[in-house]
Design a binder for this molecule. Sequence first.
Ligand code: ZN
Ligand code: ZN
Ligand code: ZN
Length: 304
Amino acid sequence: MSRHDYHVHPPALSYNKRFLMGVLLNIGFIAIEVFYGVKSNSMALIADAVHNVSDVLGLLVAWFGYLLAHKTAPSKFTFGFKNATIIAAFINAILLFIAVIGLAWEAVQRLQQQEAITSSTIITVATVGVFIKGLAAYLFFQGKDKDINIKGAFLHMILDAAISLGVVVAGFLMLWKSWTWIDPAISLMIAAVIFIGSWQLFKGSLDLMLLAVPANIDLKQLKKVLDHHPGLISYHDLHVWPLSTTEAALSAHLVVKQEYFQPMFSKSLEEKLQQDFDISHLTLQLEVEERAGKCATDCSHSAA
Ligand SMILES: [Zn+2]
Ligand SMILES: [Zn+2]
Ligand SMILES: [Zn+2]
């Protein structure tokens, strides 16, 4: 009773182009930051370069996951490689944690041993950063509500633009007051911001790995729909789990009166669940009242 042709994938090519442009923009900016960071002796620029390296890795991991998810898998992978998108999000979070630790470590050492910095260079490079990150955010704006990976990339680029803006402000402060501690302090703030973002990504992807109901599906509302479906006496062995960062599956046993025990019964329910809850893979098993009592002992983890 599953319908696997229901969901529509966005064209793969356009995402590929977006990812490629995102990666190239970031690599170009890393080169600029490293060059001028060393030249102007700015920890903040180097810190942001490190953070951008982790961004490129993250984009590559997300991209790889996306490609795998849309690749035809050997027949033993009956779900395809959809799950790769979830693993990609998880690895992404781990990479960000590593980058954060490195950044924080460097910044703390710089706070203890402050050095002279060329503020004007920092201001110029960070201003370029605001525009590059803004452009990158725009690349991911379209798909952001559909996919946790795209949303992650979008939020990340917005945050990065904000960080660069902060560095511009800090550059002016250094120019004005010649406070050398601002540079490592900004680096620490960058580390903190990355940590918060990666913690959310870590938690979200871990939930999906543990087969939690995807965040965009309201389980209470779904149960309400089942409770109020005409002819449905009860249900058990209800499972809702993620197949990828964008797709979900549902299976359930539905107990119905004898006169409703026919294939047409679940059709309207199937359509409602697919449309209202965006569940692409549905398996509903009909049971008549008498058999249901017996089945309850078979299903050890009844969810109803
Ligand atoms: Zn970033
Ligand atoms: Zn079960
Ligand atoms: Zn059952």
